[in-house]
Ligand binder design. Sequence first.
Ligand code: ZN
Length: 195
Amino acid sequence: MSVREIVTIGDPVLREPAREIEGDELASAAVQELIDDMIETKRAADGAGIAAPQVGESLRIALAEVEGVNRRYPYKPPIPLTVIVNPVIEPIGAETVAINEGCLSVPGLRGEVPRHLRVRVRYRDREGAERELVASGMTAGTFQHEVDHLDGVLFCDRADPRSFSTWEQFERRHRDGFVRRMEALTERLTAEDGG
Ligand code: ZN
């Protein structure tokens, strides 16, 4: 396993729709190694997720993981390591929520992105098994952010440009309000989901 270089906004690979993984390709040494490297790269950079185009590979593979206290996003609820191959995402219900996001490929910038409150993600795991998950709140936002990468979309495309801030200004002026709003949302979702 090795840490790969994270490509940043301006590199055309971040703007290409990535192609699907086909047939036996998923089991290949090259793709399995890519997945291992993506995990290591995400952990080294302390991201909440990473998509293959972010390490320069235009393939429909992404992953999310939030464990312990994430240094970039200490307020995010935990997500067990989830590798999603050829994911298809669909909203559940019409409600959206504004989530303050950053991106390893867009250094220095954060912004408020309207995201579907709940989503269903159908995907293959790294062994090729068909799986599906339902996510809500900030976790739903993380999966939408990662799947966007596979379509060449970055969070700054969807954000209200007037909400952009540096990480320092987010910490100083926006973080407390955002975290309070997310805590209230988590409380509501927990109650709605029956605890
Ligand atoms: Zn990103």
